[in-house]
Design a protein around this ligand. Structure first.
Ligand code: DX5
Ligand code: ZN
Length: 226
């Protein structure tokens, strides 16, 4: 089954509790929390305290996406706060292998995100080490950007490696995901759709999630149900 991870970047930062409750009611499978430092990307978002309080309000898995520099220095802080998965951003991570090892040693799941224009050559070296690969379909930094179709080819390339090498790595796509591209993403083998602004459209979180769930279950891309 395809999972939906709700990115709270476009949520109501003054009332995340309500957003999380609606995500649960709407059937979201996890919460995606983008941590931005104002340097790697020109935006500032959440901190470990946010994750700590999210942890107290939900049993849903929390995926913390580091869109920042000095990622290694913050791993323990966010795992202590309650993260179930840390997503490292490859382009701003100084020693990715060391960071991956550190996360795994803490018993936390690890995902690796790559920006749209980053090639897949280096990812080949990491794919055996991670639980999830996050193929970003927008430039890191903001919600509500246009989905970049270049990601389709990357999904095919990674899916091929995963199948040939019989890996369990989940493919996730992050950025601009909505009802117009979900069917194709699922068809190509994406297991986790990370969705932000489409879920928060008109602040109707529960309704939007239920609608997107229906799109997944009625998916008839290429005439086949998924
Ligand atoms: C972008 C973030 C995404 C973002 C997705 O830098 O990593 O997680 O919240 O939001 P939408 O779905 O609006 O593109
Ligand atoms: Zn993200």
């Amino acid at each position: 089954m395809t999972l939906i991870s709700a990115s709270i970047l476009d949520g109501n930062h003054m009332n995340l509790l309500n957003d999380v409750l609606e995500i649960q009611k709407g059937g979201g499978d996890s919460i995606h929390v983008d941590i931005m430092d104002g340097h790697y990307v020109k935006n500032l978002t959440f901190g470990p305290k946010t994750v700590e309080h999210l942890r107290k309000t939900t049993d849903l898995p929390i995926d913390v996406h580091f869109e920042m520099y000095k990622q290694e220095d913050f791993i323990d802080l966010f795992i202590d706060a309650g993260a179930n998965m840390i997503t490292l951003q490859l382009e701003s991570c100084l020693h990715p292998l060391r960071a991956i090892e550190k996360i795994k040693r803490r018993g936390c799941s690890v995902s690796l995100a790559i920006a749209p224009m980053t090639g897949l050559d280096s990812v080949k070296h990491f794919i055996h080490e991670i639980d999830q690969i996050n193929l970003m379909s927008v430039e890191p930094g903001f919600g509500g950007q246009r989905f970049r179709e270049e990601v389709y080819k990357k999904i095919e390339f990674i899916k091929d490696i995963i199948e040939k090498e019989k890996l369990q790595t989940v493919i996730s796509v992050d950025g601009g995901v909505n009802e117009t591209n979900m069917a194709k993403l699922i068809d190509l083998g994406v297991g986790n759709l990370i969705i932000g602004s489409r879920i928060f459209k008109n602040q109707e979180v529960e309704k939007n999630l239920q609608y997107l769930r229906n799109v997944i279950s009625n998916n008839t891309f290429r005439g086949e149900k998924v």
